[in-house]
Design a protein around this ligand. Structure first.
Ligand SMILES: O=P(O)(O)OC[C@H]1O[C@](O)(CO)[C@@H](O)[C@@H]1O
Length: 322
């Protein structure tokens, strides 16, 4: 890897300002008095970049950012030591609403559509993104393609991007769901190196419910058989099913107080990638990722606790072959 190359590049086609409103308890139809609110630079790859940079990875965040309201992102990148490789496009980056329910220990997310593109603006934005990324990618750079696509942008853009990154030696991590995930798997010449669907996304992909860990494991192993290197299926409070070279496990998480579930999956991805870059093997790397997620959900404010605290969480995760 050259000196200018990144260890991790996150691509977020549809970033979002996360407006978290903390409530004692969410009751549909009722008037609420908020306890607190927070505005945070978000979108899946942005969350991954924040945690990865906190863990010491040389990280760049890229994707398409509205040129009308980029300040929150610019501040976050500067404060966290993340290289800003976001291409500015005309418009306002969306704001997503997160209603954090203290009593239930979870959050209700309202994600908006994002900046609308047409064929011409997509072609321009795609070319600008490729030009921005080319000097940052080296042999072995991990690139994450994560989150939704903005309106008007088709899976073809992601396919072209993925292939261009791969041609430069990148390893590909995909965290997206629905039709886009299916198309990427069907149409990429070589399967992604790492996939992290959640249970619902995997169910949508295989077209059937996966109620038990054994069902999830079977679906994860089927993805491995299609050439995917690592598969980590997040199961929320039930942990994760992790499949890679050497087997398939159910990883049971430590019980921790939950302030918000927003960004748990992003922390899982970032922690796993950081551990892989540090040379940890699988499944240990994914266990470290789970510990990062368990650390992340205990605070609404971004960031991670000290490494020693994450290691304590690692020791509390139980691996069961499945
Ligand atoms: O791109 P999507 O699927 O709308 O998800 C975006 C949301 O996901 C998150 O990255 C959490 O994983 C939030 O920061 C953001 O609001």
């Amino acid at each position: 890897m050259t000196a200018t190359a990144m260890q991790l590049i996150t691509v977020t086609p549809n970033p979002a300002i996360d407006h978290t409103v903390s409530l004692d308890r969410l009751e549909p139809g009722a008037v609420h008095r908020a306890r607190a609110e927070q505005f945070e630079a978000g979108g899946k790859g942005i969350g991954v970049a924040a945690v990865a940079a906190a863990l010491g990875l040389r990280t760049a965040a890229s994707g398409w950012l509205g040129d009308q309201n980029p300040q929150l992102f610019e501040r976050a990148f500067a404060e966290r030591g993340i290289a800003d490789a976001m291409v500015r496009v005309p418009g306002h980056t969306r704001t997503n609403i997160k209603l954090a329910d203290a009593e239930r220990g979870d959050s209700t997310d309202i994600n908006l559509a994002g900046i609308a593109f047409d064929a011409e603006s997509t072609a321009q934005a795609e070319a600008a993104l490729l030009a921005r990324l080319a000097p940052l990618v080296g042999e072995g750079t991990w690139c994450t393609l994560a989150g939704s696509l903005p309106p008007g942008v088709g899976v073809e853009s992601l396919l072209r991007l993925a292939e261009a990154l791969r041609a430069r030696g990148a390893r590909l991590m995909v965290d997206t769901g629905g039709k886009v995930l299916g198309e990427l798997l069907d149409r990429l010449p070589a399967a992604p190196d790492f996939l992290k669907p959640n249970r619902a996304e995997l169910e949508e992909l295989v077209g059937q419910p996966l109620p038990a860990a054994a069902d999830v494991a079977r679906a994860a192993l089927a993805l491995r058989a299609r050439g995917v290197g690592l598969v980590v299926v997040s199961l929320g409070g039930d942990g994760a099913v992790i499949a890679g070279e050497g087997g398939c496990w159910l990883a049971l998480p430590p019980r921790v107080p939950v302030a918000t579930t927003v960004g748990a999956g992003d922390a899982l991805v970032a922690g796993t990638l950081a551990a892989l870059v540090e040379g940890q093997a699988f499944p240990e790397a994914a266990v470290f990722g789970m510990a990062c997620a368990a650390a992340r959900i205990q605070r609404i404010a971004p960031g991670l606790p000290p490494r020693a605290e994450i290691e304590t969480l690692v020791a509390r995760i139980v691996l069961q072959p499945v």
